[in-house]
Design a protein around this ligand. Structure first.
Ligand SMILES: [Zn+2]
Ligand SMILES: [Zn+2]
Ligand SMILES: [Zn+2]
Length: 284
């Protein structure tokens, strides 16, 4: 499995555009790994997690083609995770020649919200109508927490996020038979029932990607802070969910309590995890 981060920032991007805090000033001057687009992830070359507002610009920068994306898992419909324009531009009116259909999966509440956003933007009809689905070459799949399903060639298990309850926001494990990934943003402290479910089923994860919106000295709110992040890493190890040699990465980093990337990575490695950055490729 090849996993590439297309974005590792929180909703306003990191550094924040109008912010003069120390973290943002440092990030701007250091550049490189400190410049974070809105979070999304590509698995192999056919599965995208979150059709976010920066996936296109990030794909340009990192030389990644999105043409082969056949499946998309949507965590929730917040603006830093979904850009309706990207879906709407599949319509023939835009002169688009599509490589093939796109299957988009999310909770029913998330799919409803994506539909609302698209209908506010264009007159192509509801995403649930067969005409619009035909024109957009789009299939919608509603998935539910703890209910494993096949998404393309992957076994996907959705888990409840502790975030955006009105949209039944989801976290996902993705398994290709040989390797397994857990993508867990946006979320606050993950429910014990999630870890228990994984532990009881003998889930063995190669890569865990967790929300780290807030850094050192900041509490979790609807996202994770550093202390709860480190606690999650310990839980993964105690319950033997993380495979021997498996790696944990932090994503969705905002500016509160965040240091320059290399310093932050040093802090993270002392707590047995790593800080992801835009373009990072992980192979398992
Ligand atoms: Zn977010
Ligand atoms: Zn700032
Ligand atoms: Zn969110």
């Amino acid at each position: 499995m090849r996993v590439q981060f297309l974005g590792t920032g929180a909703s306003p991007s990191t550094p924040q555009p109008f912010c003069e805090c120390e973290a943002c000033i440092t990030a701007r001057s250091a550049g490189g790994k400190n410049l974070r687009r809105r979070s999304s992830l590509i698995v192999n070359n056919d599965l995208l997690i979150d059709l976010g507002p920066d996936v296109v610009s990030s794909s340009f920068e990192h030389g990644v083609s999105l043409v082969g994306i056949t499946h998309c898992l949507q965590t929730h419909p917040h603006g830093d995770h979904f850009d309706p324009e990207l879906l709407i531009s599949r319509h023939p009116e835009w002169g688009t020649r599509l490589a093939g259909p796109l299957s988009l999966a999310g909770s029913q509440a998330t799919l409803n919200a994506l539909d609302d956003l698209c209908r506010q933007r264009c007159g192509h009809g509801s995403l649930f109508d067969s005409r619009a689905q035909h024109d957009l070459k789009l299939e919608l799949t509603a998935v539910a927490p703890f209910d494993s399903c096949m998404i393309g060639s992957y076994v996907v298990t959705p888990y409840p996020a502790n975030h955006a309850a009105e949209f039944d926001a989801l976290l996902y494990t993705v398994t290709d038979g040989a390797s397994s990934l857990f993508y867990a943003t946006d979320t606050s402290v993950i429910a014990d029932s999630v870890w228990r479910h994984m532990s009881e089923r003998g889930v063995q994860l190669d890569v865990v990607i967790l929300d780290h919106t807030y850094g050192i000295g900041f509490e979790s709110s609807d996202h994770l802070g550093a202390d709860d992040f480190a606690r999650s890493v310990r839980t993964l190890k105690q319950l033997d969910i993380l495979k021997q040699g498996g790696k944990v990465y932090a994503t969705h980093l905002s500016h509160e309590g965040i240091m320059e990337h290399d310093a932050m990575e040093e802090f993270a490695s002392r707590n047995e995890y790593h800080i992801a950055y835009d373009g990072l490729v992980v192979r398992v």
